[in-house]
Design a protein around this ligand. Structure first.
Ligand SMILES: [Cu+2]
Length: 144
């Protein structure tokens, strides 16, 4: 009986250890960033997050459609190359688009979310519907 008890305790300890090890894997933790989009601004509730999984929960509190683009770039948020004809920032020239919540997912009053795996570096969050970037819908964001 003593043997069985010890064995059970050993199994229980092993299971606890494995569960703990899983929970502590850095890739497994998710940081949530709530992003408010208005006419015309973007306001995340954090300007910096740890590298790993980042869940962006976007809410459109404006009267217009918006979108949320996560762009990895060395450029400052207000320094992205601009296409005067299209009235949009040149995201592809500026860096790498890692994720996007499309405008049809973000009509006024609605929320939508996406989870991205982000490495350390400088990012820009922006809405790039025609004229929205120029009107101020961009903000710097950092992953450490
Ligand atoms: Cu917008």
């Amino acid at each position: 009986m003593v043997f069985v008890g010890t064995r059970r305790a050993f199994i229980a300890a092993t299971v606890s250890f494995v569960l703990l090890a899983c929970q502590r894997r850095p890739g497994e933790s998710v940081t949530t960033v709530n992003v408010e989009l208005g006419d015309y601004y973007i306001k995340p509730d954090k300007s910096e997050v740890p590298a790993g999984k980042v869940r962006f929960v976007a809410k459109n509190v404006g009267q217009l459609e918006h979108e949320l683009i996560v762009l990895k770039t060395e450029l400052a948020a207000d320094q992205l190359p601009y296409n005067e004809k299209e009235q949009t920032a040149e995201e592809e020239q500026a860096g790498q688009v890692l994720g996007e919540i499309e405008p049809d997912e973000l009509p006024p009053g609605k929320s939508a979310e996406m989870t991205l795996d982000l490495t350390a570096g400088h990012y820009v969050l922006l809405c790039n519907l025609p004229q929205h970037y120029k009107n101020g819908m961009y903000i710097d964001f950092r992953v450490r």
